[in-house]
Design a protein around this ligand. Sequence first.
Ligand code: ADP
Ligand code: MG
Length: 699
Amino acid sequence: MSFSRLDSPVQYLKGVGPRRAENLAGLDIRKARDLLYHVPRRYEDASTVQPVAELEVGDSAVVVGRVRSSGVIPTRKGLRIFQAVIEDETGHITCAWPGQPWLDRRIRKGDLLLAAGTVRFFHGRQIQPREFAILESARAPSVSGGDEGGARGTIFVVYPASEAVPQWVLRQLLERNLSTLLRQVEEEEYLSPGERREIGVPGLAEALSSLHAPKSLDEAERGRRRLAWDELYFLQLMHAHARYRSTTAVNGIRFGRTNRLIRPLHESLEFRLTDAQARVLREIYADMTTDRRMNRMLQGDVGAGKTIVAVFAMMLAVEGGHQAALMAPTELLAEQHARSLQRLLGPLGVETLLLTGRTDAGERTRVLAALADGGGLVVTGTHALIQETVEFARLGLVVVDEQHRFGVRQRMVLSQRDPVPDTLIMSATPIPRSLALALYGDLDLSVVDELPPGRKPVETRWLRPSRRAEAYRLVRDELACGRQVYVVYPLVGESDKLELRSATEEWERLRAEEFPDFRVGLLHGQLPGEERDAVMRAFLAGDLDVLVATSVVEVGIDVSNATVMLIENAERFGLSQLHQLRGRVGRGADRSYCVAIADAEEAAGERLKVFRSTHDGFAIARADLAMRGEGDFFGSQQHGQPVLRFADLTLDQDLMRAAREHARATIDRDPDLLAPGNAMRRHLLTGRFGDRLQLRSVG
Ligand code: ADP
Ligand code: MG
């Protein structure tokens, strides 16, 4: 693929010299392409821009007008105020910027100014702009001239600008170069007219033209959707390719199903599988009984019953004479899993082993020998199981609990075996489908979207700190009935000394003053691993009544006797994190409580209201995504550019689904994009989009 002129330095565009190029770099505009893709931050149209004559005191207004006069006026208190009188076809109004006399050098008579702010009464109507933009400069009148801004029906485009590169400079540069740039970008069109019609997006050049110079807001939105499509499609193309490499292209295992173990396991259960569990199991069995390697993620709310699904999958592997491994993020969790597997599988005559850092030398030798020896068995452990040089005779299935600790590197270790074992990754926290597709589109997705019947939702309250005594009363009542309680404090960084001290001090206070008759333990991330384990084990064994903890308890262990989760400074936690904490209680048959203590307004207050009223983990996750934005989950690139600039996972769910279908179809037909018709796709995937879409970790 030949070098695109769009990749040449911005300096060679009309109106850009070395000095201006340097300033543009401050806005991340380095190549010609960056200018073309420097899209407006927002638009103002006739419906948002108000005629000056109609402004009333108290309005939150956006106005556009020519500067008729301006100057700096001093006040008695020594404050200097820059003022500009602006005028549209209907009248004039004063804009005032107290304390910013230096604006006198930037805003001049004759400039076309957009200003947004509240209209106040001060010697007549006045706006103190929250925000303003010089749409045209009197020093450099618009090339196209005619367009007298301020008139109704005009769309005003507001770019991300800087002091060194103001609005009007960007507008002028684009005005002078847009048609050339649009001609050049035509070369990168990879969608045929037929495909564009099918997807419902305009051509690339048309879309970019719509974004820079829309005739209506709808047109700008159509342009945005095209660019959003490009991002989502190439993201999914990358995933589809990775999926192909890790499933179809490798030597997988076709498991033979005999029901020798599956049937007795069914018969031994004290409950019936939910419809969701049964559906997900069918998906898993279908994957496992083909040659294609399974690489699947299992999603479900806390308590949805993911573990038993995984156990059935393991039985399918063991039936066929393979070994199945279950990996947990901590030793404690591994031990817990091993115990429940033993309980379920012992009666079926399936050997279950445990291998962690605590396994003593003799037992370790025995386990390693059993693994190397072959035969159907189940082994539980931490990630060390696959990272170390543990030799498996016939490893067929790897189940990973709590996906977010399981990195790409560990996945690689797995795929170096031959045949490559099937993989089932169980995620700890539900995430919205659109986010799951964006982050883990290389995995197939199964969702247990139903809780077993008869679950009592955890009763959730939000109390102001002034009502903490009520929370303590509840705690005492529950403790008196022999229940256990968590008290959680936020800890942002592991090394946050101040907050650590507060958790420690609170622990001292709680055991000495509030709950002196009970055994109160302290758990935080700075305790040595062994001590942390010991504390957790004591709580698990019922030797502690109250566990004061920082959020390390989040991916902790299930204590079915714990009935209260008390969260201090709850405003500091994210929604999904709160839900995860709440999931630590309500594991048993008893009524349970979650009390969030917080003095919270605005965003944090909204979060807590959602938390209090919703128990559905997926609904919580969607709200979390909508409130935080996807940037929080993706992280950003080195330059601080968000991974998705145009797509919005909440808004564009339909596009995301379509993008995934198209991408998978593309890869099914031509896995390595070698067909001549896919040359541009390959070029864009390996170049521009490949760099951008390398995903970061999940938050
Ligand atoms: P999670 O999805 O959070 O990992 P678990 O697998 O730990 O949930 O299951 C939570 C509890 O629900 C376990 O005690 C499990 O035995 C029980 N359980 C699982 N499936 C069902 C079901 N279909 N009916 C009733 N209880 C179930
Ligand atoms: Mg689980």
